[in-house]
Design a protein around this ligand. Structure first.
Ligand SMILES: Nc1nc2c(ncn2[C@@H]2O[C@H](COP(=O)(O)OP(=O)(O)O)[C@@H](O)[C@H]2O)c(=O)[nH]1
Ligand SMILES: [Mg+2]
Length: 466
């Protein structure tokens, strides 16, 4: 009887909470979700509410860091059935808060975290730079960049910073890729800047050009439509080619085949904190698959059908999904509900791929390769403007264990207009200082998805690495 009374009280409390929430956010997307949840609850009430509520409570607690870090343990790798995957890809956290408030809270959370002093990953086996004249066995790794001749100045600027903060201590090589031959001026200038070997490579034409299966008329119409909606680079064919190349081809280039890890760099970016350990060896010894510094939302119209295409692939190949995948980060719908809605259930959150340190074997593996085949078949690199960042991110977010994805919180990095600015003794002080926690201009705060990654996908152990 006491138990029943307790349940009734909880039901009443939950009922009022849901009602108040709905009233508070009429017209707002979360409210619609909430009222749908409410209706679903009401129907379940008549079936046996008490049991359901207990389930609901357990479920609800799953959305908070710590407890969420354990879900998935009941399935082995490759064992999760499609119905369970679907369930986990249904984002369930409900709120009566408006997105604006969520942005403010998430930025506050982000700033607070970035203001906490750190230095470098707190693991035992960081590999320090070799002494002068000392032999050093590098990891199987390279810097990689796709770049055009006219971007020489921008790339030179990036390389100077990479060298001064990191590579003059380790001398890792560079692979420079281009769809056109590199000019002799370009090659000469770059050679004068690097402390390691450099390879200038032209990409095989068939991996760059628009595939024959793409319907040109459909593509042109789609480009015009996206351009009319102000989607950046919508009608620039080379940009579409670049996105497809970075999504599904660069790791298969014969030169890239020589390496296991890559660090993607880009012209006109800043590396402003010293790195005193071998990051590639960190990836190796910590068994990380991917490292990033910035997580953002995407232009929803550029990826409208990417998620449905992905789900179709996953439904047919559920065995590729990792039970400890980044389900919530991929499907969150609170900060930018209009984005998740237009992207058909994908939050649009991604790792910003102009910086990435990754294990090429993941991208060359069966799950990711088959996924790319499905994306190419759907044609969205040309009928929409799917970027390599969301494609890499969804691939990693679904097919890899999220604990193998590392936020390089200590690497000070800026690609205008966003940055990762840690509070570290490794970073410059005085005039050249970056303010820890600065992210971008105020009107772009809503683009920051980092708080979601931390809250939903990192556990205390991973956060404790810094
Ligand atoms: N070789 C080559 N590189 C390209 C082309 N388009 C873009 N890139 C490179 O691809 C990367 C991303 O391009 P970027 O213009 O920075 O795009 P954004 O950062 O999305 O504005 C950069 O490294 C560019 O140098 C292209 O047509 N040819
Ligand atoms: Mg760029």
């Amino acid at each position: 009887m006491v138990r029943l009374n307790r349940r009734i009280t909880r039901i009443a409390l939950l009922g009022s909470l849901v009602t108040i929430s709905v009233v508070l956010s009429v017209g707002h997307f979360s409210a619609l979700r909430l009222s749908a949840e409410y209706n679903e609850q009401v129907s379940k009430v008549s079936q046996g509410l008490a049991d359901y509520l207990e389930d609901f409570n357990i479920h609800f607690s799953d959305f908070f860091r710590g407890s969420s870090s354990d879900y998935g343990k009941e399935y082995g790798v490759g064992e999760m059935p499609w119905t369970e995957i679907q369930e986990r890809l249904t984002f369930k956290e409900v709120t009566w808060k408006k997105p604006k408030k969520i942005v403010a809270e998430n930025m506050e959370f982000y700033r607070k975290l970035l203001k906490t002093p750190i230095k470098e990953p707190k693991v035992d086996n960081l590999i320090r730079p070799p002494g002068k004249g000392q032999n050093y066995e590098r990891a199987s790794a390279t810097f990689a960049v796709l770049v055009r001749n006219h971007e020489l100045r921008g790339l030179a600027s990036t390389i100077r910073q990479i060298e001064s903060t990191f590579n003059h201590k380790y001398h890792y090589p560079y692979v420079l890729l281009n769809d056109k031959p590199f000019s002799s001026t370009f090659k000469k200038s770059i050679k004068s800047l690097v402390s390691g070997e450099v390879f200038f490579e032209q990409v095989p034409q068939e991996t760059w050009d628009v595939p024959a299966e793409i319907d040109q008329d459909k593509m042109k119409a789609a480009m015009a439509n996206l351009k009319a909606h102000n989607v950046g680079y919508a009608d620039k064919l080379s940009y579409h080619n670049m996105c497809r190349y970075y999504s599904g081809e660069f790791f298969n280039h014969p030169r890239m085949q020589e390496f296991k890890y890559y660090w993607r760099i880009e012209p006109n970016t800043q590396y402003f904190c010293d790195i005193d350990y071998d990051v590639f060896k960190f990836m190796e010894s910590e068994k990380k698959t991917y490292g990033f510094v910035i997580s953002l939302y995407d232009i929803e119209r550029s990826v409208e059908s990417l998620w449905p295409t992905t789900l179709d692939f996953v439904a047919k190949n559920p065995g590729f999904v990792h039970p400890n995948a980044s389900f919530s980060w991929l499907t969150e719908n609170l900060q930018n509900p209009q984005k998740t809605s237009m992207a058909n259930g994908y939050s649009t959150c991604h790792f910003w791929s102009n910086f990435e340190i990754g294990d090429l074997d993941f991208f060359r593996g069966e799950a990711y390769q088959r996924y790319i085949d499905a994306l190419n078949d759907a044609g969205g690199f040309y009928y929409e403007r799917w970027g390599d960042a969301p494609v890499h991110s969804i691939g990693l977010g679904l097919f890899e264990d999220r604990s193998k994805i590392h936020w390089f919180r200590d690497i000070g990095y800026k690609h205008d207009p966003y940055e990762n600015a840690p509070n570290s003794v490794q970073c410059p002080k005085g005039k050249k200082a970056h303010i820890p926690g600065d992210f971008s201009y105020g009107h772009l705060y809503d683009q920051n998805c980092m708080a979601n990654w931390v809250k939903y996908e990192m556990n205390d152990q991973l956060l404790g690495v810094y």
